[in-house]
Each structure stands twice: as C-alpha cells, then as structure tokens.
Design a binder for this molecule. Structure first.
Ligand SMILES: [Zn+2]
Length: 61
C-alpha cells in the first residue's frame, strides 16, 4: 500500500495515481523504453518515476 507523503491519501487504486508517460525522445533513454512519472491525484505531489514498456525483459509476450 502506498501513501502520499504529502497529503497522506491512500493510493490503493490506479485512479488515485496519475501516470504521465513520456516518449523517450530526448536521446538518453533507449527508444524502446517509456519514462513515466507518478503523481498523487489529490495534491499532485510527485511520488516516483521509472521506466515502463521496456522490451526484451523476460521474453514472455
Ligand atoms: Zn497527495
């Protein structure tokens, strides 16, 4: 269970977190990856970020 450290909203559902995906067009990430930022839906606090949609990770399609 994730809680927003700012407003302490329980982020139990995907709708509570706003994922902002960005295409890797800046060149420092591989084109097969997408960078995302997770924001609290209540106060907009940035909770974290990472890379999603990387290819060739596990081999399962
Ligand atoms: Zn919040």
């Amino acid at each position: 269970m994730v809680h927003c450290p700012d407003c302490e909203t329980a982020l139990a559902d995907e709708s509570d977190v706003e994922f902002v995906e960005m295409d890797a067009t800046t060149g420092f990430l591989a084109a097969s990856k997408r960078f995302y930022v997770a924001n609290c839906a209540e106060c907009g606090n940035t909770l974290g970020s990472g890379v999603a949609g990387a290819k060739g990770g596990g081999g399962a399609v």
